[in-house]
Design a protein around this ligand. Structure first.
Ligand code: UDP
Ligand code: MG
Length: 333
């Protein structure tokens, strides 16, 4: 333990070496300047009596407000670590960076806007103590806009129908994962990331804790409709090949219909010469319809190819502004 590393033992001043287990809290931060102070106050409060050491890992995801300055103000605290990404990489990547750096025996992933109520962490930790490796917080209710609730529920239903793995309904990334799971997830380096799917995929003993999701404390959501759609697509394309199989099914149905049409035309020609089969209108419709269907199906193939392209390039998932800011280096590793 280094000279500066004193507050971790503040509640046990007589101890030289704090051998208690460590809990890491990973907070992705994108424009959360007004939420940081209340968040840290609340976190300090609820974790004060825990018989664990704690570390707060703030991942600044290219914030454009004063979030980083606010974080640097508390960077002297030995239980605070800051990772400063070189730009905005998105929530899933920011959490990934946090998981890569977290040292805890258990790691809790939570939003910094107090939508994931800090008090629920105690329940997560309690279930972890019972031997579960993944304790995910499942929303009993949420205080979001009707649009967000609707799109979220549609997304979970689609995902449930399509994905090869069982992804629990109404869960975000708010969860505790044990060190064993963190080490496993570090091996999942896919670029289009859907963390909750990866954690389900990893297996281990999983358990749900119910909670009521609060409204965002301050500021606006960093998830635009576009990034929500991207996350949804990553969930479906990353964990399912059903869209690809759909292509051959559509092809099959269209071929079958065409066969029926051919039979109809032949019969009319042979046995009802007085009936004329309308020519160009039918043809034009058929051509445009098939053009549309084929382009859509190509789009599905294109989405998978785009993902292959991203993987083949093998770029790093994120870059840090400075490899290590703040207390990171001073810590006992
Ligand atoms: N966030 C991030 N990068 C982004 C968008 C969001 O790190 O590009 C963080 C944000 O600061 C918050 C968490 O991810 O801590 C969840 O984001 P938000 O609250 O905006 O999403 P919502 O709760 O509306 O789905
Ligand atoms: Mg939020």
């Amino acid at each position: 333990m280094t000279v500066e590393d004193t507050t971790a033992t503040a509640s046990h001043p007589q101890k030289q070496q704090d051998t208690r287990r460590l809990i890491s809290f990973v907070f992705p931060i994108y424009n959360e300047e007004d939420n940081l102070t209340p968040l840290i106050a609340e976190m300090d409060h609820i974790t004060a009596d825990l018989d664990y050491r704690r570390e707060y890992l703030f991942v600044n995801d290219g914030s454009e407000d004063s979030s980083l300055e606010r974080l640097l103000e508390i960077s002297h605290r030995p239980d605070v670590r800051i990772l400063d990404l070189s730009r905005n990489f998105g929530h899933q990547i920011a959490v990934t960076a946090g998981l890569d750096a977290a040292d805890g025996d258990a790691v809790i992933i939570m939003d910094a806007d107090m939508q994931d109520p800090p008090r629920v962490c105690l329940e997560l930790i309690h279930e972890w103590e019972q031997g579960y490796d993944v304790v995910y917080a499942q929303r009993r209710s949420r205080q979001d806009t009707a649009f967000k609730k609707f799109t979220a529920s549609m997304f979970y239903k689609t995902l449930d129908a399509l994905a090869d793995i069982d992804i629990p309904q109404n869960t975000g990334d708010f969860r505790l994962i044990s060190r064993a799971v963190v080490l496993e997830i570090r091996r999942y380096r896919e670029h289009d990331r859907f963390l909750r799917g990866m954690i389900s995929h990893a297996g281990f003993r999983q358990h749900a804790v119910q909670f009521d999701r609060d409204p965002r404390a301050s500021g606006t959501t960093g998830y635009s409709l576009k990034s929500m759609l991207k996350l949804g697509t990553d969930g479906i394309l990353g964990f399912s090949q059903v869209p690809l199989r759909l292509i051959s099914r559509v092809g099959f149905v269209v071929s079958l219909l065409s066969l029926l049409a051919i039979v109809y035309v032949v019969i009319v020609r042979l046995f009802f010469p007085q009936v004329t089969v309308e020519g160009w209108a039918f043809l034009a419709c058929a051509i445009f319809l098939m053009g549309g269907v084929q382009t859509m199906l190509l789009g599905i193939i294109g989405s998978y190819i785009g993902r292959i392209f991203a993987e083949v390039k093998g770029r790093p998932l994120y870059s840090l502004q400075e490899p290590r800011v703040t207390a990171f280096d001073r810590r006992e590793m």
